[in-house]
Each structure stands twice: as structure tokens, then as C-alpha cells.
Write a protein that binds this ligand. Sequence first.
Ligand code: BES
Ligand code: ZN
Length: 626
Amino acid sequence: MNKILLLLSAAACTLLACKQSGDKDKGQSPAAEAAFDNKDYHTQSNADSVKGTHLFLDIEVSFDAKTITGSALWDIENPYKKGQIIFDTKDLVIDSVFLDGVTKAAYTLGKPDSVLGTALNVTIKPENKSVKIYYHTTDKATALQWLAPEQTFGKQHPFLYTQSESIHARTWIPVQDGPGVRYTYDAKVTVPKGLMALMSATNPQQKAADGVYTFHMDKPIPAYLMALAVGDIGFKSIDDRTGIYAEPSILAKAYNEFTDVGKMVHTAEELYGPYRWGRYDILVLPSGFPIGGMENPKLTFCTPTILAGDKSLVNLIAHELAHNWSGNLVTNHTWNDFWLNEGFTMYFERRITEAMQGKSYTDMQWELGYQDLVATMEDLKDKPEDTHLRLNLKGRNPDDGLTDIAYEKGAHLLKLIELTVGRAKMDTFLTQYFNDNAFKTMNTKDFIEYLNKHLLDQNPDWKMKININEWVYSAGIPKSCPRADMERFAKVDSVAKKFTTGTKAAALPAAQWSTYEWMHFLRQMVASNINLEQMKDLDQVYHLTQTQNSEKADLWYLLSIKTKYTPAYPAMRSFLYVTGREKFLQPLYKEMMKTAEGKQMASEIYILARPNYHPLTQKVVDEIVK
Ligand code: BES
Ligand code: ZN
């Protein structure tokens, strides 16, 4: 299991009553379907009756105090003439609240909940049109990562970025924080002179001399897509609608990696209809960024660990780009429906990659994804309900349920539908799905109805073959799960076998391998017990310790810990000091913790590395390195 941040999972899981259900969970669960509950249990807001429709955010970022201070002015709609509007906040300090710009409002704060935070309940009159909340953030804000200059590439200036998904937006903005609640926004952000500010909105391409930036997002978006980054950032244009933001010292490298992104947007549009967000830019963050990428509208945030130098990890950009249809346009109604965001995006990502790189290349991604799915099933064997596509996260931390199941089981279901109905019908269906539901939410039950109505009702055999209820409402991998052609991996398998049975590294036909062939090979090496001699041999021929490819490096370091191949340790240490991407960290620390000397090494490394990790990642690694 990797793919996505397990950020909160480890920390949260202990708090949770993860109900176990044995055999009864194996079959279909029509009961779950009948009792379909569409309520979002992860917002305390009353957006279903009184709604903030437009936000004007006016904030100042202080790196000295590590706070964001300012106001959130909400235009409100109160059709039922309710007497209060409720916002989500978490670890925020509310300074004062005004109605219609002038009248001081009465408000109360609810009892803090460790997951949901503190409801801010503002008393309003039917005629009130806006609520303005003055507030500031605290050092507990889980959405914010404040970097000191030495944690950046340039080492001269501090850096700040947000990560709001799933329910962290409320730690930096008082907001009705559910994926089902959309609003437009404007913002004025004041930052120290010399730094640039960027948001999930229209963005500057140059620094403002006075450090004051204004932003506009004219499309309604949910709070989890609110994003801000501040730092010494430069811009380089790719074409008239795409470009790259990064710290000046890595801008050229980032640009070279992503020169095909303009073409990628066209490819996505050819598949499923127009890109509706205006510009598509990418911001490459410092190494501490805890995840691979985040689909912030107009401006994908990504980790620098995909700058491999040969464009081999750009599928992550295809993924975040695809979210501009699946997720940003058609949004999961609650976090229980998360697979509608990520499963669709994974499928769409691979369709983009297939169109740009060909089928045999993409088949390797499908197979690696299938392996991840199998591994996740194993990890979750005591929590079969968490392997349903439709989740039940009520009373739990939503980040806890967000595993590879949504990504890979979801994507494989869509692949099965494609294989069953044929690609042409699948693509027509998906294009219409995105059009019909643009700027709306979708829940699992409505999706199934939509799918039946627009596609599967045409042919009862399709329905039977797909048996979507089994995928959505029961545990495990259905027998109907498709597998990709193994054309290229079959060759890798035979090479792996040769190597483990004595063939020397120099005699292996690996010189032309892509990242994916290497990943498959190295995963096989992890599973088969190769020895120190074989590690040396591989390294001498293929220089794996020196690799600049983070996916290969991560697997190589894992093997190095397992086999005690010490020549790789210095490179691994440097990697762990600077890289905050959690999916790389977890396996390495876990592997070190398996032996006494490994434990020693883990704690030595972690003492130095910890300050460079995101606060939520620190919590997760704290649990591993005890
Ligand atoms: N939206 C997710 C990241 C996310 C999910 C953050 C849930 C917080 C809660 C993003 O699109 C994603 O899936 N990122 C992956 C990319 C990979 C699947 C190509 C990641 O960061 O590893
Ligand atoms: Zn995603």
C-alpha cells in the first residue's frame, strides 16, 4: 500500500472502532445499498440550509509568527430564513465577527472535536447578506507547513504551503468544509516583500513589489481545493495556457521535465471534453511536501521527487490534471464516495498515458497498480469493510479511509466496464458523465443509477458481468477484476529469475528498461531474498545507489536495508533527510525497525530528518520509530 498519503491513518486508526465483519462481508450487501446514507458526517456546518456562496479572503502571512491573520468575508444565502450560520474551524482563533460589514455579531464556539474541530455558530437575521470573520491560525494548523530557508532549494527564503484535502481547510480558513459545498472566491494575500504568493485561482506570473497579491476563482469549488503557497518562486511558460512555477534554482529542471504538459492537456480534452478551468499551471514544491501531488484548481501542487530528469514520472501530472474532470468538476459528495474522485482519476490518468506513451507502457502501470491493490487488501485483511469502494467513515477521521482501495479497486472497476461495453461506448459515457454533472457532486448510489441509465441498461449481460454491487458494497478483489497484458513484465520476470538463479548483472538485458520495468524487477528482488553479493553486482553495473529516480531509489534503499548493503546507506540518509513524501518514508523506516541495528540507524536519521517532515507525517513516523 502506498500511492497516497497514509498521513493520518496510523495516528487515527488507534482512535477508531474499525468494525470487523467476517464472512458475511464477502457477498453482496444489498442492506448497505438500501440504507445508503448521503449525509456528510465530516462537516459541522449547516450549509444544507444556510450557505456561504462567495468568499472574500483578506489575509497576511507572517513567517516570523508562523501565522495567517485576517478576515474571511462570506456572502450568504439563507432561503429558509434560519437564525444562524455554522462554519467549520479547527485550531483557529476567532477574533471577532461582523454582519453586513458593520454590525458586531453574536457567535458561539462549539465543543472541540479531535477530528472535526470547533463549530463556529454565528447568529444572523434573515435580511443579513454577509458574515465577516476576523481570525488567525495557530501552530496546530494541520493544513500548513512552514519551511525555514534551509528547508528550501534556494536556502535563502522561507516557504509556506497548504494541503487542505480532506478536512484541513478549516485549520486555515473558517469555512463550510465539506466536498458537497461549493463557492467562488476572491483573495487578497499580503506576504513579505520579495516572495510570491500563489493560490488555486488566477495567479501572478511575477512578484509584486509590495508583496500584495489578488486572486480570483470564478468557478465554484469545495473547501478541500483551497490552496496557498508562498515563497521565492519563479515562473516559466510552456504554452499559452500552461506553465511551471518553482523556486528559481530548480525552475529550469522542472520546466524540462514538464515540457509535454501542454500536449497532455490537449490529450485529456480529446478524451473527455474541454478543460474548463482556464490556465493549467504546476507548482513544484520543496522536498518536504508530504504527498506526490494535489489537484488544486488552475495550479497543481507537486513534489520535486518526480523530477527524474527523463520525464519518466510525469504520470503524476497526468493524474492531477485528470482530477480537473474527476474530482474538481464532478466531486465526491462525501468522503465515503472518495473512489469517485480517485478511482476515476486513476483510470483517466492511465488513458492519458496510453494515448501519449502507448499501451504496452501503460499496461505496466496497470500491473503495478494491481500489485498495490493486492498489497492493500493484505494490509486491510482485518478491516474488510475498508476494502469496499463505498466507505463508511462516520465517526472516523476521513483521511483514515483513504487507501489504495479507492484508487486501484476503483480504477479496475472502470477498466472492467470499459472491457465489457467497449472503449467507444465507455468514452462517450464518461464524456457525458462529466458534462451532465459538471460543478456538482456525485454519490455512489447516484453514480450506479446514472451508469445503469446511460450505459448498462442497454444490455442485461453487461450488468451481470460487471455486478457493480459486488465491487462497491463488498470486500476484497472481485473475480471479474481485469488484469493487464504482461507483455513487458513477462520479460522482466524471466530476467529476474535468471538473476536470482546466478546470472550476473552485466548479462541482464536491462539497459533500456523504463522506470516501471525497474520497479517491477526491484519489487521481485524485495520478495526473493537476494544476497549482498548480488546487490553489489547490481549496483556496479546499474549504479542504483546513485539513481536520481525517486521510485527506483526508494525500492533500492528498501533492498539495501533488507540485505544490509551499507554502500547505499549514505545516499539513503541524504534522501531521508530531505524527502517528506510519506509514501517513500514509511516503508524505509518500517524496514529499519525490524532489526536492532536498523532501529539504531532509524532513530539517528529521524532525529535529524523529523523537522523537515510535515506535522502529520511526523505523527505517522513517530509511531513507527519509537
Ligand atoms: N487528491 C490526492 C491527494 C490526497 C488525497 C490528499 C486524499 C489528501 C487526501 C492526489 O490527487 C493524489 O492522489 N496524489 C497521489 C498521486 C498518485 C496517485 C499519482 C499522491 O500524492 O501520491
Ligand atoms: Zn488523486
